[in-house]
Design a protein around this ligand. Structure first.
Ligand SMILES: Nc1ncnc2c1ncn2[C@@H]1O[C@H](COP(=O)(O)OP(=O)(O)OP(=O)(O)O)[C@@H](O)[C@H]1O
Ligand SMILES: O=C(O)C1=C[C@@H](O)[C@@H](O)[C@H](O)C1
Ligand SMILES: [Mg+2]
Length: 181
């Protein structure tokens, strides 16, 4: 949560000329309300059901850059759909860094506690192995700016033959997917 998936994903899509989609935005569009309202109305489990349907739908599409919500890796079906249908980049950040980036933002219900830093530490412990299992690449987001991270992700994808260095996206399925990191 707050690692930069939306920020970097959108910039990456622009750089490679692909459509950008974000599962949180798609959930808000389909449900006609904010994530915070949805959590209040349906609880986290209700939100996860909707999220799983959206991930299933969006990972069926070709030619997109998809940013997920931070908890999408919690479900095995989501992890399988993401890893099997796409090239997954884990933007890894420390709980302290995430706490700093999200400190003024009230839109993430799971961080509306007296001690968001401790919550982020718990989430990191639970989720880091799941992100690693799901990702083809891991990029540490500690110091670099979002613009630098976009460049780093792009370079990784070029080296793996996922996008052409001339910025033309490789056709889905035309080259072997990269292995796990
Ligand atoms: N590399 C970075 N360095 C510093 N700040 C960053 C960086 N990447 C993103 N940010 C900032 O951190 C905040 C969270 O970023 P963003 O919304 O892209 O995270 P996210 O991973 O999509 O979060 P969520 O899981 O909640 O969807 C934003 O204010 C963004 O500007
Ligand atoms: O990390 C999480 O569990 C979440 C992250 C956000 O992207 C939203 O999907 C929601 O706030 C839950
Ligand atoms: Mg996001």
């Amino acid at each position: 949560m707050g690692a930069g998936k939306t920020t970097v994903g959108r910039a990456l899509a622009q750089r490679v000329g692909l459509r950008f989609l974000d599962s949180d935005h798609e959930i808000e569009r389909r449900e006609g309300c904010t994530i915070a309202t949805l959590f209040a109305r349906e609880g986290e489990q209700g939100f996860r059901e909707i999220e799983a349907r959206v991930i299933e739908d969006l990972t069926e599409r070709d030619g997109i850059v998809l940013a997920t919500g931070g908890g999408a890796v919690l479900r095995e079906s989501n992890r399988k759909a993401l890893h099997g249908r796409g090239v997954v980049v884990y933007l890894r950040a420390s709980p302290d860094e995430l706490a700093h980036r999200t400190r003024n933002d009230r839109s993430r219900p799971l961080l509306q506690t007296a001690d968001p830093r401790t919550r982020l530490r718990e989430l990191f412990r639970q989720r880091d192995p799941l992100y690693r299992e799901t990702a083809h690449f891991t990029i540490d987001t500690g110091r670099p700016s979002a613009a630098m991270l976009t460049h780093l992700v792009l370079t990784q994808l070029e080296l793996a033959g996922v996008v052409d260095p001339s910025r033309a996206p490789v056709q889905p399925g035309s080259r072997e997917r990269p292995g796990r990191d």
